[in-house]
Design a protein. Structure first.
Ligand SMILES: [Zn+2]
Length: 208
């Protein structure tokens, strides 16, 4: 079973991905990681990608999809695609190399995501990321430095990022509408995991 996982930063997508790995033995595919590995191992595709990057260009979809193809073809494991596809072209190409069984869109009410992200602080000295709820005095619990808010975590930047994410996600959600399930992660984790189990478990009995 292959699952595409959609979700904005702060949606808790990472937690759900971990759950899918441990509960269903799926393997996690992150394109960033695949790209780095190929470049590090100096594979032909890695060398090609490195040339684009060194020239200051983005690595074309075609190269990334071929890297994914090498991993999934002739392999019986199920995969979680995280952060990929990002656009319609990538989604169509992914369909050519493997069957996507389920698409989970992890969603959180906007005011909750805003609160979660705007509560995030970082320590400029030791890089610890922490919620202000866990450091009410505004000081880093590890090294006692004054915590700061990253520019990225200011409400205006968060709103803008969410809007960009949603515009892209809506296109993908429409493309995958026949296999799409929305997982509401606004409440507690247990409720979320139960809905994931219901969706994935139900799918499993029919498909595997
Ligand atoms: Zn610190």
């Amino acid at each position: 079973m292959n699952i595409v996982l959609l979700g904005a930063a702060g949606s808790g997508k990472g937690t759900i991905s971990d759950f899918l790995k441990s509960e269903y033995g799926l393997k996690h595919i992150s394109t960033g990681e695949i790209l780095r590995n190929n470049i590090k191992m100096k594979t032909p595709l890695g060398e090609l990608a490195a040339r684009y990057i060194n020239d200051g260009n983005l690595v074309p979809d075609e190269v990334v999809i071929n890297m994914i193809k090498e991993i999934v073809s002739g392999n019986n494991s199920g995969y979680i695609f995280d952060g990929f596809p990002r656009n319609l072209n990538q989604a169509q190409k992914l369909d050519e190399i493997c069957k996507v069984d389920l698409v989970l869109s992890v969603e959180v009410q906007r005011d909750i995501i805003l609160k979660r992200l705007s509560n995030r602080r970082i320590c400029p000295k030791c890089n610890l990321t922490i919620s202000i709820d866990d450091a009410p005095n505004g000081l880093c619990p590890k090294c006692n430095s004054q915590l700061i808010t990253r520019d990225d975590d200011k409400p205006e930047s968060i709103k803008k990022r969410l809007e960009i994410y949603e515009a892209g996600a809506n296109i993908l959600k429409d493309y995958y509408k026949n296999k799409l399930f929305v997982i509401d992660n606004s409440g507690d984790l247990k409720t979320t995991m139960n809905s994931v189990k219901n969706v994935v478990g139900g799918k499993k009995t029919y498909d595997m």
